[in-house]
Design a protein around this ligand. Structure first.
Ligand SMILES: Cc1ncc(COP(=O)(O)O)c(C=O)c1O
Length: 466
């Protein structure tokens, strides 16, 4: 009864009413006040280990009260640690206790130009005052401009040499969903039985039923079985197996040049070239999912740009960094794929609306800059050297360092959860991937000092967990 009454009250007063009634009022004023120091503002009621700069908020803290109020209304799709983030700037986040964190996750490889990139913020405000959305039933200047920019930038930076057109959508899953549909459409032009979609163990292509069917992880698939029919799985980097895996019945093949969620596992150049060759032999559409590893993260605009032309895909999918936090995805296709799609075959209400496309246009221009890309490679080497030092100190713990540029994985021999927590409580955010892998996907604009800070804290976190 009381629950119903409070829901009614909240609905009447509009969103934010519940927040205004309780602790979060303080929370919002703090967010606006742009805290600048790790220790600014005493952690509210935190009786946690006071020796740590950022002890996880205690049960009687503002953060805990906010979580207790709101979490029951959120479908439980994620397990989140206690801090509540209220502000971001560059490589840093601040929580509702006014504490500062160096973010080596960049919102899972999204905030490549840092949190609250001021150029994007300005453009969002400008475009929001000009035109936000008019639907894909009509032209606007930005959907087309971004589509053209992606094609031209792809070609100019050594990516897909025959890139011809772009489909804009809202997320990575939707980009892959579109790519799967495009591949099936192309396949059906040859034969009604050319419908198979191939992906690789360890891949993560998304959560929609189609993209999930290409994500061969039982943990994600089993609750929603049966999957879409005609999806097959192979092993990454297994060149001899391609002959049997990819046949005349294959419509499309999805591959991440570097598997992100799968544990920062790199597809070898030889494998990717052999894959492209085999796809050509049987007339299958090759899709490179660069949603996590693309858009500058490896130190090239596209990860696949290191390959010779014969290794290029027919389709590249992107999302994440494309909007630096604004939700937008893209499917860049060659002329063969574009030609197979007819008006009405596919669509989206929001995809590529003027607001998202305007912001992404500026982001693509900047992420393709040679200066930025060169720095990504160099900064990746600074990280790698630091990780190798950790490997030297704890060889029984740190097994391998993988990745390229600023998508890096440190393979551990144990569950990294304790290290992740210890790092967070010392003011550094790190995420995991695959099996026992620490994943590093920071802002591409991270400074050398921030990298050193991250490495120092990581070392202290490992030390604390020994
Ligand atoms: C390589 C890859 N593909 C697809 C996706 C799905 O993207 P989204 O979560 O935007 O749907 C992700 C997300 O992590 C990804 O890393």
């Amino acid at each position: 009864m009381a629950f119903r009454a409070s829901l009614r009250l909240a609905a009447k007063a509009g969103p934010g009413a519940a927040a205004a009634r309780s602790a979060p009022r303080q929370l919002y004023s703090q967010a606006a006040a742009a805290p600048t120091s790790t220790l600014a503002g005493a952690p509210s009621g935190s009786a946690h280990d006071a020796a740590l700069p950022n002890p996880d908020p205690a049960d009687d803290s503002r953060s805990a009260r906010l979580v207790a109020e709101y979490a029951p209304f959120m479908v439980a799709t994620y397990s989140r640690p206690p801090p509540v983030f209220v502000k971001g700037k560059g490589s840093y986040l601040w929580d509702s206790e006014s504490r500062k964190y160096l973010d080596l996750t960049a919102g899972i490889a999204v905030n490549s130009l840092g949190h609250c990139d001021p150029v994007s913020a300005k453009l969002i405000a400008q475009q929001a005052r000009t035109l936000i959305h008019a639907s894909n039933l009509y032209y606007n200047p930005w959907t087309g401009a971004l589509s053209k920019l992606l094609v031209e930038t792809t070609r100019a930076t050594g990516g897909m040499h025959d890139a011809a057109a772009t489909f804009l959508c809202n997320s990575g899953s939707e980009a892959n969903e579109a790519a799967i549909k495009f591949a099936r459409k192309v396949g059906k032009q040859t034969s009604p039985s050319k419908t198979q979609i191939v992906s690789f163990r360890g891949a993560f292509h998304g959560r929609t039923l189609g993209s999930l069917s290409a994500t061969p992880n039982p943990k994600y698939q089993a609750p929603f079985a049966p999957m879409v029919p005609d999806f097959l799985t192979g092993d990454l980097n297994d060149i001899p197996a391609l002959q049997e895996l990819i046949t005349d019945d294959t419509a499309g093949v999805l591959v991440e040049p570097i598997q992100g969620e799968g544990g920062v596992r790199v597809a070898s150049d030889e494998f990717l070239v052999a894959l492209a060759r085999r796809c050509k032999e049987v007339g299958a559409v090759l899709v490179h999912d660069e949603i996590q590893c693309g858009l500058g993260r490896t130190g090239r605009f596209w990860a696949h740009a290191r390959l010779p032309e014969e290794g290029h895909p027919d389709v590249v999918t992107a999302a994440k960094a494309l909007g630096n936090g604004f939700p937008i995805g893209a499917v860049v296709v060659n002329g063969g794929v574009a030609g197979a799609m007819k008006v009405g075959d596919h669509g989206t209400t929001f995809g590529g609306n003027p607001l998202g496309a305007r912001v992404a246009f500026s982001i693509v221009e900047r992420l393709a800059g040679e200066g930025l890309l060169g720095e990504v490679k160099r900064k990746g080497e600074v990280f790698e050297a630091g990780f190798e030092r950790l490997r030297g100190r704890w060889p029984e713990l740190v097994k391998e360092v993988r990745g390229r540029g600023l998508i890096l994985g440190v393979q551990l021999t144990e569950d990294p959860a304790a290290i992740v927590k210890a790092a967070r409580e010392r003011g550094v955010l790190v995420i995991t991937a695959g099996e026992n892998t620490l994943r590093f996907v920071p802002s591409l604009l991270i400074s050398d000092e921030e990298i050193e800070e991250g490495l120092r804290v990581l070392e202290a976190a490992i030390e604390a967990t020994r």
